[in-house]
Design a protein around this ligand. Sequence first.
Ligand code: ZN
Length: 341
Amino acid sequence: MKAVYTELHRSHDPQFFLVRGIVKRTTEQPERADRLLAGLKAGKHRLVEPTSFGQGPRARIHSPEYLAFLAEAWDAWSALGDAGPEMIANVHPVRHTATYPTHIVGRLGWHTADTGCPIGPGTFAAACAATDVATTAAQLVMDGEDAVYALCRPPGHHAFRDVAGGFCFLNNSAIAAAHLRLKHERVAILDVDVHHGNGTQGIFYERPDVFTVSIHADPAAYYPYVWGYAHERGAGPGLGANLNIPLSIGTGDDGYMQAMDAARRAIEAFAPTALVVALGLDASEHDPLRGLAVTTPGFRRIGQALARIGLPTVLVQEGGYLSDILGANLTSVLAGFEEAR
Ligand code: ZN
């Protein structure tokens, strides 16, 4: 399988975030990509450099003021003179009769959902490079490849149209789906990250042309807490085009495969002609964010199940954090996919 990758992700190297009131080293580190690359090498996948698509694919999904904020954020923050080495908001407007702010501290609060998305000097460049990786993979599939993997970093599925969150800034999976829509009338996104794909759900919530499905740890007990429940089914013209399958904390391979079956049936009923997989690997039993307990052979079964959906597929890397098994889990899921095609 072709795998799209660029070294440009390295400019985003967040140092810390705030979780449960504790300042911690961010788990979304450049070394993740090195371990994933090792997994690609073990699977003998062919690396492809991304094409630069400019702002167009990003602007299909994200608002002009949000893209301008991300582009200007670091310079405006640095000019404050008394601010920290990374941008983390200290205001979060809840937007009830609120006014879009002009001050960088206000804009930072407006455009970030949580304290898990620190912005540094190279964040926007890396996030833009990741959207090129995702768009290139989508383009390769539109040009006739059966399936292509996109090694995106930073990840994207927690980013809404104009809000960053949970290590994510630009929604790579949504951007890949919107690019596929240039050719395909109906596209499905299946999110297998351990966290609910809240940003992706939000972006397409009222759209009938992109079916969003997410299998994730129960948000009653796990991030992002306020999205990801089974009763969230879409709205307006998009009613019925969103499916959430929350799983109990600690669910293992067999429970996960039951959810995959339900997801496949729902996708088949929607009848799309292309698929984006938001490929988090943090459902692993060894992931430091421990939510579910999928084994390495379990990831192979997930790859097989994804392949059996039978659609041209773009696999976009989402979460999956530093553990000794991270690379092996990527090798396993892609091997499963290829052997079931
Ligand atoms: Zn995740």
